[in-house]
Design a protein. Structure first.
Length: 74
């Protein structure tokens, strides 16, 4: 397995992980906010911004790996 294949697998895993964590942070930020303390709400709002950025970064890494492997970039 080449290095690009490994990076593609890691970026796919990161993509799924950050998406799941982003969904959890949005649920904590809005529908479940009345159950959380104010500091927990602040952390959940900030984490949603950070996780969205990490999700985008892992998608870009995935696109670069697909390009290097001559795969269709979607």
């Amino acid at each position: 397995m080449t290095l690009s294949h490994q990076h593609l697998r890691y970026s796919n895993t990161a993509l799924a992980t950050f998406l799941l964590l982003f969904i959890v942070s949005v649920l904590m930020s809005y529908p479940l906010a009345h159950h959380l303390t104010l500091p927990a709400q602040v952390v959940s709002h900030i984490s949603s911004i950070v996780l969205a950025g990490l999700f985008k970064l892992s998608y870009v890494l995935r696109c670069v790996c697909q390009y290097q492997l001559n795969m269709e970039v979607r």
